[in-house]
Write a protein of this length. Structure first.
Length: 99
């Protein structure tokens, strides 16, 4: 969803911001694609955090990105917390029923 969001933000940026804003948007898009491809290792997590922070910073070019970036940051944190809880439950169940 973030890739689509950045794509639509770039459509807005081409009319509302400078070349620097467009290049920063392309950078975020590339960073997002790289993060998506590497989420199975630590580099993907680092890139994921960088994408979330970059989306909020992009608000200096497109004002609504402050809010949308904050929303996606909250979703990112929620996914990490819920994922950790799920992994803990999975480990507990595997400990109860070793096969």
């Amino acid at each position: 969803m973030e890739i689509l969001l950045v794509g639509f933000a770039l459509l807005l940026a081409k009319d509302q911001t400078s070349q620097a804003g467009l290049y920063f948007g392309y950078f975020i898009l590339l960073l997002n694609i790289l993060a998506l491809g590497t989420l199975r290792n630590k580099l993907g997590w680092i890139l994921g955090w960088a994408v979330q922070v970059s989306l909020i910073i992009y608000g200096f070019y497109i004002f609504m990105m402050f809010f949308i970036g904050a929303l996606f940051l909250a979703l990112w944190i929620t996914a990490i917390v819920v994922g950790q809880k799920g992994e803990a439950i999975k480990r507990a169940r595997e400990g109860e029923n070793p096969q």
